[in-house]
Write a protein that binds this ligand. Structure first.
Ligand code: ADP
Length: 295
């Protein structure tokens, strides 16, 4: 069952329009929502998670109206917010038992089986009796996923999950998410392009509240193929290049400034053709909408 979001808009009371007519069709599997800070990703996630009201538009999964059937949505939703507090003195084993009973898993035996299988799945079994306050960032995130999985959710929303994780923790977390994504819809919001290219079959780029690109990451990347050019420049010349051509990103490589330019033809003989990747797609979409982005 796909999640259909149609013409969703939201303006906060301070006048910031965080979502502008967002329309997305989200199938089963991992769906990546990519955008710079302030793009509107959390606003969209919170709206789908019934934590805030949209001004207009709809979001449905089959017969379920996500914007209005809040109690029913909570039954099928697993949500891992950007920041979530843990009770530092409680062990993950006891905390999961507690959350499971709050979520209505009333049989003790059933709860025990569920908690044990979640701890195994999220690779926390060996630390199940340690208090949550002693967990590393990656362990906390995996605990977050374990609690989000209670109740067999059909829709899982994960907001910026890999911030602060070290590379090994990030890989472990990615593997866990993609395993979960085989059975449900998982929406993963991030500003890290690599998270999406590694994990997601479908994605959308959101910028200033608007969906500016959507589709399969490989197909989107193919669309800029042959149009990305790179050159190592003197840092002081950057502005000149920005005035003359569409510089989509600036990288530092071995102490040198390397620019990527989007152009149908080679800007001049000093530019080299560059293989396109999802990062180029992302910057091509957002730099034309925002002032200057350097990476
Ligand atoms: P992202 O998750 O992509 O970083 P957000 O959805 O948090 O983006 O924010 C989108 C825009 O809405 C930003 O300009 C942000 O400052 C603004 N915003 C977010 N939450 C609120 C709020 N509760 N009240 C007012 N403005 C908000």
């Amino acid at each position: 069952m796909d999640l259909e979001i149609k013409n969703l808009s939201k303006t906060y009371s301070n006048g910031v329009q965080a979502l502008k007519d967002v329309t997305l069709s989200i199938p089963q599997g991992m769906f990546g929502l990519l955008g710079p800070n302030g793009a509107g990703k959390s606003s969209l996630m919170r709206t789908l998670a019934t934590l805030q009201q949209a001004d207009s538009g709809s979001a449905t999964m089959g017969d379920l109206d996500l914007l209005n059937d809040k109690a029913k949505v909570r039954e099928i939703l697993g949500y891992l917010p950007q920041e979530f507090g843990v009770y530092p003195k409680v062990s993950s084993y006891n905390m999961l038992h507690h959350i499971a009973s709050l979520k209505g898993v009333s049989s003790k035996g059933e709860r025990k089986d569920l908690v044990e299988s979640l701890l195994t799945k999220t690779n926390l079994w060996h630390v199940r009796n340690k208090s949550l306050g002693t967990y590393s960032g990656g362990m906390k995130q995996r605990f977050g996923i374990a609690q989000a999985l209670i109740g067999d959710p059909k829709l899982i929303i994960v907001d910026e999950p890999t911030a602060g994780l070290d590379p090994a923790e990030r890989v472990r977390f990615h593997n866990l998410l993609s395993e979960i994504g085989e059975q449900t819809i998982v929406i993963l919001s991030t500003h890290i392009v690599e998270d999406i290219s590694n994990l997601c079959n479908n994605m959308a780029i959101i910028c200033l509240g608007e969906v500016v690109a959507k589709g399969n990451p490989a197909v989107l990347t193919e669309a800029v193929k042959g149009r990305i050019w790179k050159k190592a420049i003197e840092k002081k010349d950057l502005e000149k290049y920005q005035d003359e051509m569409q510089v989509i990103s600036t990288h530092l490589k071995a102490g040198q400034t390397v620019i990527h330019v989007l152009s149908d033809t080679q800007p001049d003989a000093s530019f080299e053709a560059s293989p396109s990747n999802l990062e180029d797609v992302y910057f091509a979409e957002i730099t034309s909408r925002m002032e200057t982005i350097s990476a």
